[in-house]
Every structure is written in C-alpha cells, then in structure tokens.
Write a protein that binds this ligand. Structure first.
Ligand SMILES: C[S@@+](CC[C@H](N)C(=O)[O-])C[C@H]1O[C@@H](n2cnc3c(N)ncnc32)[C@H](O)[C@@H]1O
Length: 313
C-alpha cells in the first residue's frame, strides 16, 4: 500500500482507447531501444515510477505494459483511472518517501520540463531507489538554448562520473523534438540517501558549461552563427544511426501519403462541412479533439511500422 499524500486511482476501467499526449510515442520508442541496446524488458508486475507524469501519456503506456505505476506530478492526470496506477500529486522534490514505499523500482522514467542539468541531479537524488540493473529513461529538454548542441554529452559528464549508472546512452528519438532521451542502467554502487542528496545539490549548483568544457559566450556566438544550431543538430541525428533514420523517414513518408489520400477522400469534405457548422465553441472543441485524435492515430501508425520487424532496408 502507498501511504502519504498519495491519491489512489482505484476504479477499474477499460484501457484507454485514445492516446492522451504525443509524449506517449517517446516512451514507447525508448522502451524499444532499451530492449535493443540493453536487452532489458520490464519484469512481470514490475514497478515503474513516472516523474513529471501529467497529463499521463507515459503512465498510460507503462500500465499497458503491465507495470505497477507511481505517477509523480503536481499536475492532474488526464488518463482514465487504472487499478495499477497511483498518482502522487506533488513535486519530485517532496516525493522521496512515496517513492521509497514502492521501491525497489524496476524502471524510473522522467519527462519533467526542467533544465536538463536539474533533471539529472534530481534523478541522482533518488538513484538508491532504483534496482541494480534497473533502467532510467530521462528526457533532456532544450530549456537552455546554449546547451542545445551538447545535450548528448550531458549524461556523460553528469551521470557517468557518479558511478551510479553503468550503461548510458543518449538518443535523438524519432518522437523527440529538439530534446534528447537518455537511457541508462543502474550500477550496483550503494550510496546513502544523504550522500546522494549532497551529490544532487552540488550538481544543481554546478555550471553545466564548465562541466562540458565550454565557454558560455563563445558557445552562444557559435549557435547564432550556425542559425540556432540546426544544421549541426541534423547531422548529429543522422550520425547516430543512419540506417534506422533513413528507414524511419521512408516509413513516415508512406504513412503521410496514406493519411493524405484518406483525408482527401471521404474525411476531407466531411471535416470542411463540420468546420463550417461549428458555430459555437463547444462544436469547435469537439472538432479539434477529433483532429487531435486523428493526428495521434497517424503517429501511432508510423511508430507501429517503425517498431515492427521488417525486412532489412
Ligand atoms: C512534458 S510534461 C510530461 C508529459 C508526460 N510525460 C506525458 O506523457 O503526458 C512535463 C511535466 O513535468 C512536470 N514537472 C515539472 N517539474 C516537476 C517536478 N519538480 N516534479 C514533478 N513534476 C514536475 C510538470 O508539471 C509537467 O506536467
């Protein structure tokens, strides 16, 4: 049983038939790569902690995978209640006790919209609650523009030296925007919660530019010159896994074509008619949510194609 200020969602309902946030695709793709690169799969009845969980796309995915999920976020969850899902309606910084009650954790996932250095530091503060061999999935957001071209190296300079993670890999997922996703496995190093808390605080105060061996002003100038870092960012994406990316693009193009054909056929006229009839805000909202759902379905299609076994490219 979870204690504290845990809000338990106990009603048993059918599985969600619509995807609540585009973020869902990130975690789905991340799980694919965890399996491919680390050979890791979620154990039966495994414990997952989803930090920065609202509105709930990642938690919904974890429930679908059969995990017992503790979702930590002061924001509301917009997914249907699930018997294996519990929501701690607090900041991560106030949730250590709640997480400790479900520990040891098999998989810790974090999509918080905080500075990537802070995200790493906060993961370190609860690393003792993750099982040895357990997995971390961490989104590194582009909150600070000057670091945009160096997100891949951040886990190397922040997480690796702690010795808490023995396999660390940072990817630019198909479902990522400018952000990156770090995948790591927990080492067997044992540190006390006090030691971790101190380490986390020191890191939170450290200058990420110094850790990366960069000079802040110089880096900003470079980014301006190269047009917000876009060209080099694209090159990095290609460099990561050229075969997979050209393969993904091909599938994405096919899927977009399919969707275009469908919407030009039956749905195109229907949507235009509906739009002209949407005279009040309720109707407009309904229309938007249908569109949103179609967008989600398209993304789902593309991702299913990407993740399904296919003949070599
Ligand atoms: C991009 S959203 C997460 C989307 C989510 N992964 C999904 O699938 O729906 C980022 C969330 O991080 C949460 N957040 C930011 N700082 C946090 C903190 N310190 N502790 C817990 N949650 C935090 C925000 O409340 C926000 O809901």
């Amino acid at each position: 049983m979870y204690l504290g200020n845990v809000v338990a969602n106990q009603a048993q309902t059918k599985q969600s038939d619509s995807i609540i946030s585009a973020a869902y695709f990130k975690v789905k793709e991340a799980f694919y790569w965890i399996n491919q690169t680390f050979g890791w799969t979620l154990p039966e009845n495994g414990v997952a902690v989803d930090v920065g969980a609202s509105p709930g796309g990642w938690s919904a995915f974890l429930c679908e995978k059969g995990a017992r999920v503790l979702a930590v976020d002061p924001g509301e969850l917009k997914i249907p209640p699930h018997p294996r899902l519990q929501h701690v309606c607090k900041l991560l910084e106030q949730s250590r006790e709640d997480i400790a009650q479900v520990a040891p954790v098999d998989v810790l996932v974090c999509d918080m919209n905080v500075h990537p250095k802070m995200a790493c530091a906060l993961m370190i503060s609860i690393a003792d609650l993750l099982k040895t061999g357990g997995v971390l999935v961490l989104t590194l957001k582009t909150i600070e523009h000057g670091l945009a071209n160096h997100l891949e190296r951040l886990p190397e300079v922040i997480l690796k030296p702690t010795g808490l993670f023995d396999r660390i890999e940072t990817r630019w997922l198909f479902a990522n925007g400018k952000e990156r996703t770090c995948l790591a496995t927990r080492s067997s190093l044992v540190l006390s919660s006090e030691q971790l808390s101190k380490m986390s605080k020191d890191l939170a105060e450290a200058d990420p530019y110094v850790m990366l061996g960069l000079k802040k002003n110089q880096e900003e100038a470079e980014i301006k010159e190269s047009g917000a870092g876009q060209p080099s960012a694209v090159v990095t994406k290609r460099k990561l896994n050229p075969t997979v990316h050209s393969w993904l693009k091909q599938h994405a193009r096919q899927s977009q074509q399919l969707v275009r054909e469908q919407s030009e056929g039956t749905e195109g006229t229907e949507a235009t008619e509906q739009k002209s009839k949407a005279t009040n805000s309720d109707e407009t909202e309904k229309l938007l949510s249908k569109r949103q759902q179609r967008k989600m379905q398209r993304r789902q299609e593309v991702l299913n194609r990407i993740l399904s076994p296919s003949p070599s490219p």
